[in-house]
Ligand binder design. Structure first.
Ligand code: ZN
Length: 148
C-alpha cells in the first residue's frame, strides 16, 4: 500500500510550506489577482501575482487563504511553481494540474499530483487555488487599482 508514502510526501511538504510561509502574504501591487471559493467546505483562497515589467513572466506570487490544510498546501505549492514562469504558460499549467498531467518533472508538481491521487474526494480543495489562478488570468491587469 502506497498510502503512507504519499502521506509522508504530503506531510513533509505541508510542514515545509508551513515552516516557510513566505508565499502566504499579500503583494503590494499585484498585476493579477483571482479568488476561488468552495461552498461545500468553506475554503476561500486568493492568488496574487506580480508580473515582470514587460508582463512576460511571473516575478512574484502569493496567496491568502481561509481554507483546509490541503488547499493551503496546494496554494503554497502553486506560488512556488509559477515563480519565474512565462505568464503565457500559466493557464496551461493550471489546466494540466486539473487534468492530472505529468508533463512537468518538477518535484513539487509531482508531489502535488500524488496528493491529488491520494485524496480524490478532496479534489476540489486541491484544485481551488488553481481555479483562482485561472480567475486571475481572466481579470484585466491592475484590476486592484481600478476597484476599491
Ligand atoms: Zn477544503
Amino acid at each position: 500500500m502506497k498510502n503512507s508514502e504519499v502521506d509522508d510526501t504530503f506531510e513533509s511538504l505541508l510542514k515545509a510550506h508551513a515552516r516557510d510561509p513566505k508565499h502566504a502574504r499579500r503583494l503590494e501591487t499585484p498585476d493579477l489577482s483571482g479568488k476561488g471559493t468552495n461552498a461545500r467546505c468553506g475554503d476561500a483562497v486568493e492568488i496574487e501575482i506580480t508580473l515582470s515589467s514587460d508582463g512576460g513572466s511571473v516575478e512574484d506570487a502569493a496567496f491568502t487563504a481561509k481554507a483546509c490544510g490541503l488547499c493551503v498546501a496546494s496554494a503554497s505549492m502553486l506560488c512556488e511553481l509559477v515563480h519565474g514562469r512565462l505568464s503565457a504558460d500559466l493557464d496551461a499549467l493550471a489546466e494540466g494540474l486539473i487534468a492530472g498531467q505529468t508533463t512537468d518533472t518538477n518535484a513539487v508538481w509531482n508531489a502535488l499530483l500524488a496528493v491529488l491521487a491520494a485524496y480524490p474526494q478532496r479534489r476540489r480543495c486541491i484544485e481551488l487555488p488553481w481555479s483562482a489562478l485561472q480567475n486571475a488570468l481572466r481579470q484585466p491587469r491592475n484590476q486592484r487599482m481600478i476597484s476599491p
